[in-house]
Structures are given as C-alpha cells and as structure tokens.
Design a binder for this molecule. Structure first.
Ligand code: GLC
Ligand code: GLC
Length: 636
C-alpha cells in the first residue's frame, strides 16, 4: 500500500503539534532532519504494529515527543574516530562481559579495574544488568525494577556516568543490557498493575485460566525447573501472569503501543547514561500470538526495527546487539543494518564445544557454511562462554546429513559436559533439565569445561597440557574468525567453577552461578604467574590478542572456510588487502598426518606462523600436532 500521502500528512501534523522550542536551535534542526529521513519507515512500522488501534496517532505523537525529549548527543571524547568501516569490524576490537559486583566490587571499583582491561586490550565492555532489582533473586539482574536507577549496592547513577566517561577516555565502549521483554514484579509498572491501575494492567499479560491454557499449549518451556509452563498464578490479581523466564519476571505486552512508547523512554535513558551498544535481551520472545510458539514471530522483528528507527532518530551513534539463542536461521533473521547490527554467534559457540567433545569439526564447518554469512556492515560477536548456559542449538537437517541424530547427540553432549560420560575431561553442571522432554543445557567456566580443572586436580601433566591446548584452541578460533571476540569475566584468568552458589539463597536453584565467580585479587595474581595453568591461559590469550591487534587481516569480514582432508581439522582462510591468514585447528589430542600445500593456499612461499615463529616451515605441511593451532600469515 502506498502510504506517502498519509505519511506526509502525519509528519506535518506532528511537527505542527509538538513543541520543540526547548531544544537548542542546532540540535533541533539536526533532530528534525533525522526525523524526516526516518519517518516513512517509522510510520509504516508503527502502523503495522498498531494501525488497528483507534488511538494509534496519539501514541505515535507521544513516541515522537519521547524521541525529541530524550535525544542523546554523542559526547565521547576518548573514542577513536571511525574509519572506512564501522568500529565494530576492526581488528583492534576485543570485548569482555563482566558483572560489576563480581569483577570490580561496585561501580567505583570498576574504574580501578580499567588498567587491567586496558592491559588485556579490551575495547568493548558489557556490564551485566546493573539496575535496581529484587534483592534476593533477580535472575542475575535480568529482572529490572527500574531502568532509571542503578542498583544501590553497586552505586549511584552518577557513578555509572563517571565509569562510562572513564571507559570512553580509554577508548573502551560501554554495552548495557536493554531488558525489554519483561520487568521484575517490583517495577513501578507491575506494582501499579497489582494495585489495580487499569493503564498498567494492560502493560502485562494478565490472563484467565482458559486463556493461559490456550497459549501454554504451543509454548516452549524456558525455565522448566522454576515452574512448569510459562505462566504464574497471582492471588492478588486472580490472574495468570505471563512469565517466560522466572516467576518474578513479567512479560511486557507489546501489542499495547503504550508499552512500546514507554519502553523507548527507558531505552533512551540507558543511552543517556553512556551506552554505546544496547544488548537486546531475550528479543525472540517479545511478540505473542495465540496458537503460535510466540518466539521470533514476524512482528518481533517489526518491534525491534521500530526501536532501531527510534535510535536512528534520537541517538544515531548507538548500535543494537541481538541475544537470540534460537535456531540458527532465526538467529540470522535478527541481523541487519535496520535491526541488529551486532549479534551473538551461539551456533559457533555451541559447535566449538561439540567439536571439542567429538574431536571432529565437521558439524561446525557444515553449520557455519550455511549460517556464518551475514549482511555487509553487520558483525558477529564470537564467544566461547558467557554468563548463561550452553544450549545445543544447531540445524538438525545438517547433523542428519552427517549421520548424526540431533536428539541423541544433544543427550551425549549433555552427559559429556556434566561428567556423566566415561572418559570425559569436562567438569560441568546440568541446567534446566526438563523432566518431560529430557532437554538440558550445560554450565561451567571455560577452564573447567575444557578439562583444566580436572587435570590440574589430578596432577596429570599430559592431561593438563591437553586441556590448556584446548583452551588456547577455542580462544584462538574466537580471536581469528571474522567478528568481535567477547571474553567472559574469569575465563581470561583461567577461573574454575565456583560451587559456593549452592549455599546462597536465591542462587542455589540456578546452576548458571557456577560460572559467575566473585573474582579476587588471588585470581588476578595467579593468572599473572606464568608457572600456573591459569598463568599459561592468560599468557596465551595476551599473545593472541596482541597479534590480532597488530594485523589488519583480523578485521573486516572477508573469509573462506576450507575443508582439509581430515574430519578433525577446522580451517579457514582470511584476506584483507594483500594480507592473508590461514588458520588451522586440530580438535583431536592425537597428532594427524595431513598433506597441505600452504604456499599454494597462501599464494606465496613467504609466510610464517604468527603463533610459532621458531619452527622452520616448508611450503607443504605434512601433519598437525595434538590440538595444534596455527595462524599462518602472509604479509602479501
Ligand atoms: C537472557 C539472559 C539470561 C536471562 C534471560 C531472561 O537470556 O542472558 O541470563 O535469564 O534473558 O532475562
Ligand atoms: C533460553 C533463551 C535464551 C536465554 C536462556 C537462558 O535458552 O532462549 O535467550 O539466554 O534461555 O538460560
């Protein structure tokens, strides 16, 4: 449908009705320019979501008022200027995700950790949710009681601003969580709903028994050990509340435009606090329709694209990062310049662990062949571990072709990583075992899952060496694949699992806490000692990060998967300008014969292994050592 007449009329009406006089003239002009440029798409999306509402125009007007009132100028003095590509595609980028309390104590303590982050080369810091939240259990902060107030245990809003400024002057960008699928049951909106306020009652899904049952029939259970189904009975309301995650996390109802507009206000507040990237938490769940799985529905994309347009108008320097831990095709669907420019890469994450368990890289290679390519100008965040569990998401049609039954294989992986499989090196913990489906996910730190903890405790030097090579292998792939590598706090220090959560109220039931350790000075000191396993992990990591930053070929997105003649080898070739990089990784603890003409692949006999400049190289490689990792580099 051609909406140009309606679009122009609505824009003219809005500009006539909305008072922009409070905004200084130069900023007002820039705002109006951006509004005009983005309005046709904004209008179309908004109508798509809310066009059947008799009051749609009123909400659109309050949306534009919100954008005008909260527009944020970029004022990040320290950040380097952008070159010919978006900053997030640069070889200089290295990310870290950290909990303020577990990593720095509080917001002020985080400032004291900046020198460490700088020495590690971190340029992108994701601080886990730091907003006001229920005291005992807040799902690690993902139950937000106020987006506008920092958790008093971490500090005050001004401390967050100060931290953001301190990070920016050191060239580190700040990533904050935009938790918009749900609020906590203690958020002002939820409290008003509980008190019977009709406006806020419509912010959530408060359903009668038969309605809840009807939805439940087609939903996947996300936290089945918390409570079965996706609804929580509320006595005071006499209703079932939609709670996809924990019972105290109430899903917001985006079919209500009032919710959308209100959430935009909260989003822009986070930007005003200094966020350069917003991490879109649990974004697959935001749109619900009866009779569907209520995940990744077309309108979930429309909602996110509309949020993105709001950013383009009010804070164009900010980018979205997608957190979709779903089927790979659905993960990719959120990625685009008009939706999320940045996305977690859960497929590569899960399949690197799969390869480590099976010693075979075929499922990894075949899956990436289908899913790794994303639109120009967008980027993967490559990671090995994060604050969440490992879920075994891949496309079963691909495993099927390799003769692997998806269900059986997932159950093997769960047994392998939770130590229930004879001969496994891993020390992991199961998460959210579903009694009806047998589904399960896995928790644990990088070092513990890769076997360092077990080998160190057993005092077995050979097994320890293998385990440390596994850690290097995964870190090395993460740092050399196209994308922005993201470390998870503690894994840089080789931290082991921390079982102390089992004694902590509000945490014992959630095994993800096993890899959320409060880091101590001892952890930092041990990792600084080259004689310890942790020290070797840290030193390997530091070396590889320095190499990444020193060579342009690690930036950009140009990339080709190679399929050498061994199921155990993961290989790819990168090129940027005249530079080439060939990465080879042996996922097996056995040495392998391999006949590979390196000179032919690299197009020159003048190359060296960035990770081993000592060993003399011929043009042809005849084999790989156990868990070998090579970065063959030709300067061109
Ligand atoms: C995201 C977070 C996870 C949280 C969930 C609910 O998946 O990463 O930690 O439990 O959303 O907010
Ligand atoms: C589910 C969700 C994902 C979340 C995870 C937390 O897998 O899809 O978004 O990270 O639960 O455990």
């Amino acid at each position: 449908m051609d909406l140009s007449y309606e679009t122009d009329r609505s824009l003219a009406l809005l500009l006539a009705e909305i008072d922009l006089s409070a905004i200084p003239a130069r900023r007002r002009a820039a705002f109006t320019t951006r509004l005009k440029a983005n309005f046709p798409a904004l209008f179309e999306h908004f109508l798509n979501l809310y066009g059947t509402r008799y009051d749609a125009y009123l909400h659109l007007r309050s949306l534009v008022e919100t954008l005008a009132a909260h527009q944020v100028r970029k004022s990040h003095a320290g950040l380097p200027a952008e070159g010919d590509q978006p900053w997030y595609l640069g070889e200089d980028q290295v990310g870290m995700a950290a909990y303020v309390d577990l990593f720095g104590g509080d917001l002020k303590g985080m400032i004291d950790r900046i020198p460490y982050l700088e020495s590690l080369g971190v340029t992108y810091l994701h601080l886990m949710p730091l907003y006001d939240a229920p005291k005992e259990n807040s799902d690690g902060g993902y139950a937000v009681s106020s987006y506008r107030k920092v958790d008093p245990r971490l500090g005050k809003n001004k401390d967050l601003k100060a931290l953001a400024d301190a990070l920016h002057t050191r060239g580190i960008r700040l990533v904050l969580d935009f938790v918009f699928n749900h609020t906590s049951n203690e958020h002002g909106w939820a409290k008003a709903a509980l008190a019977g306020d009709p406006r806020y009652g419509q912010f959530y899904f408060l359903l009668d028994e038969d309605e809840a049952q009807a939805y439940n029939a087609t939903l996947r259970e996300i936290f089945p050990t918390v409570r079965r189904g996706s609804f929580t009975w509320n006595d005071r309301l006499g209703k079932w509340v939609w709670t996809t995650f924990n019972s105290f996390q109430w899903d917001l109802n985006y079919s209500n435009p009032d919710v959308f507009v209100s959430v935009v206000g909260e989003m822009l507040h986070l930007v005003a606090m200094g966020a350069d990237v917003l991490r879109l938490d649990a974004l697959a769940f935001v749109w619900k329709e009866l009779g569907t799985v209520c995940e990744s529905l077309p309108k979930a994309h429309t909602v996110i694209q509309t949020f993105n347009l709001c950013l383009r108008i009010a804070a164009p320097h900010v980018h979205f990062k997608s957190e979709a831990i779903v089927h790979p095709d659905q993960v990719n669907a959120y990625i685009g310049l008009d939706e999320c420019e940045i996305s977690y890469n859960p497929l590569m994450m899960a399949l690197m662990w799969e390869s480590l368990a099976t010693r075979r890289a075929e499922l990894l290679s075949a899956s990436l062949e289908r899913s790794f390519s994303i639109p120009d100008g967008t980027v993967w965040v490559n990671y090995i571990r994060c604050h969440d569990d490992i879920g075994w998401t891949w496309d079963d049609a691909i495993s099927q072709r390799l003769g692997i039954d998806g269900g059986d294989h997932r159950s093997f992986l769960n047994r392998f990583y939770t130590g229930r499989f004879e001969g496994s090196f891993a020390e992991g913990v199961p998460f959210q075992e579903n009694p009806s489906t047998g589904d399960c996910r896995v928790c644990g730190t990088l070092a513990s899952l890769a076997g360092v903890e077990r080998a160190a405790k057993a005092g077995n030097a050979l097994l320890l060496d293998h385990a440390l090579r596994r850690v290097k292998l995964l870190n090395g792939i993460m740092l050399s694949m196209p994308g922005l590598p993201l470390l998870y706090q503690g894994d840089d220090l080789g931290a082991f699992n921390d079982p102390s959560y089992l004694d902590a109220p509000g945490k014992a039931e959630d095994s993800r806490w096993v890899h959320r350790k409060a880091l101590t000075e001892t952890d930092f000191d041990t990792a600084a000692d080259p004689g310890t396993p942790q020290g070797r992990i840290a030193a390997d990591l530091a070396e590889m990060i320095a190499l990444r930053k020193a060579h342009g070929v690690f930036g950009g997105t140009e990339f080709r998967l190679l399929r050498p003649d061994s199921p155990h080898v993961f290989a790819f070739l990168r090129q940027r300008g005249p530079e080439r990089l060939l990465v080879l990784a042996n996922f097996s603890e056995h040495g392998l014969p391999l006949d590979l003409d390196l000179a032919e692949i690299l197009g020159t006999t003048k190359f060296r292994d960035l990770l081993d400049t000592e060993t003399a190289l011929g043009p042809v490689l005849s084999g790989l050592a156990p868990y070998a990792l090579h970065w063959f580099h030709a300067a061109g």
